[in-house]
Design a protein around this ligand. Structure first.
Ligand code: GLY
Ligand code: MN
Ligand code: MN
Length: 464
């Protein structure tokens, strides 16, 4: 964990943004995989980690905004626990480690909160995303589990989003540690990818790297020769000559900060001319988007610029036609680029989306579009120093979507469906980096750049 002062300062800052009441942070519990004693790998709640730093199950943190009291609730291990799990710090020692002045047994949390409720005080809590947390909130606060989300504190959610959106130096260092793991993953992938390799062989090896060097994956690895499926978690194909592999993956640093990188890799080690043409359009969209990143620019505008680069590139090769501004305004490019340009990243790979995607990515200045494609832009706000955002344009030929649009004569002024037919089996290409907005502009994160141009990817592939 970080130095205790980091957590003390974070909690202090939070209380300045919440006017009164009691703030409750429930940590996560172990979740059974197939029977109670056989849990999934434990992942702490990111908000609990952010304010209380302790990476273990069955803890809760409380901040009394009015009195400035802070209490960690949790249990000491008894000898029966020690037999199975080994010795551990006491709950008081754990509280001290993160600068929390008081500690109490977990079973006192219920009466502590009841007293607050009975005296008419507001208990602030964040949106629960696990069933176990909803049930615990029902037990602690007497709100039915299926109604708990209605009682979530909007003021706390907003305060947390405002605070966590701006990354501090120690957080950037952690993200760059996660990116070192990504560097290793992509070095291995570019060396190993070749005709005959099973997707699952590489998938297993890459996940192993994330565990060997950090705290595992930051989201399930996307690895497929069918990159046209945006989040393809099927890894049963054999890589063949001429295929391209979309590898979208991320690792967690030991402190659980994420990386999120995509590269598209030719199985034969060289791209075909047709692949190069599409690849360079995606690359242009990505690099120009990154170049635009600086404080004061709306990310929605950058997304629309990427869409324009893709539409222009497609007009040049005959897949699209007509006026490019109008094509993008009408959403025609979304047949090939149906997702958003990027999202915030931090302790969560899609940072804080558990608190509400719109709360993170939109505000009174910028409202979410309802148009297919633009509607999926997760983050649209004006950039500020300290934001960490992914930049991940892509081009995909999704046969079922092409079929649907073609049958419905969708946007025929802008799409040349006859030419699109020639690309039906093309697959997909995506390129993604993680970018910090700095006071002067931006910095692509990662101490060692991961090969990205056609020349650099082919060279890395040739080191087999
Ligand atoms: N989790 C996939 C992506 O956002 O890149
Ligand atoms: Mn990704
Ligand atoms: Mn991403």
């Amino acid at each position: 964990m970080f130095n205790k002062n980091v957590y003390i300062e974070r909690r202090k800052k939070l209380t300045e943004r919440v006017s009164s009441g009691v703030i409750l942070f429930l940590g996560n519990t172990d979740v059974p995989m197939n029977y109670t004693d056989n849990p999934y790998r434990f992942r702490q709640d990111s908000n609990f980690l952010y304010y209380f730093g302790l990476d273990e199950p069955d803890l809760a943190g409380v901040i009394d905004v009015d009195s400035n009291d802070e209490i960690l609730f949790g249990n000491n291990r008894d000898v029966d626990d020690v037999i199975w799990m080994g010795p551990d710090l006491t709950i008081t020692e754990k509280a001290n480690a993160v600068g929390v002045p008081s500690a109490m047994p977990y079973n006192e949390l219920s009466s502590y909160l009841s007293q607050a409720v009975e005296s008419g005080r507001k208990v602030h809590f964040l949106p629960p995303y696990r069933a176990e947390t909803k049930i615990e909130l029902e037990r602690l606060l007497g709100i039915r589990a299926d109604k708990v989300v209605k009682f979530v504190s909007q003021s706390l959610s907003k305060a947390v989003v405002a605070q966590r959106s701006i990354k501090h130096e120690e957080e950037i260092e952690e993200i760059e540690k996660a990116l070192e793991i990504s560097y290793e993953m992509y070095s291995v992938a570019m060396k190993k990818i070749q005709p005959g390799l099973l997707e699952r062989q590489l998938y297993g090896e890459l996940e192993g790297i994330t565990l060997a060097m950090g705290n595992g994956i930051s989201f399930p690895v996307i690895l497929s020769i069918h990159g046209e499926t945006l989040h393809n978690h099927h890894h049963e194909n054999v890589m063949g000559e001429g295929d391209i592999v979309v590898l979208d993956s991320g690792a967690e640093s030991e402190m659980h900060y994420a990386s999120d990188i995509t590269r598209t890799i030719p199985v034969s080690g060289k791209f075909t001319e047709k692949q190069k043409e599409i690849y360079n359009i995606v690359l242009k969209a990505q690099t120009e988007s990154i170049e635009m990143m600086k404080p004061g620019v709306q990310y929605r505008e950058i997304h629309l610029h990427a869409a324009k680069v893709i539409a222009e590139g497609f007009k040049d090769i005959g897949l699209m036609k007509g006026d490019i501004e109008d094509a993008v305004l009408s959403g025609a490019h979304a047949l090939f680029f149906p997702h958003g340009l990027g999202h915030m990243m931090g302790l969560d790979v899609h940072d804080m989306e558990g608190l509400g995607e719109n709360l993170v990515g939109y505000n009174s200045e910028v409202e979410r579009s309802k148009q297919f494609g633009l509607a999926y832009l997760r983050f649209a706000k004006t950039l500020k120093p300290g934001h960490v955002i992914t930049v991940e344009p892509g081009i995909y030929f999704i046969p079922q979507l092409i079929e649907k649009w073609k049958n419905e004569n969708m946007l025929t002024d802008f799409i040349n469906y006859d030419k699109v037919e020639e690309y039906r089996e093309f697959g997909g290409i995506r390129i993604e980096d993680d970018v910090l907005v700095t006071p002067e502009g931006h910095r692509v994160l990662g101490k060692r750049p991961i090969p990205k141009t056609i020349e650099d990817v082919e060279e890395a592939c040739s080191g087999k």
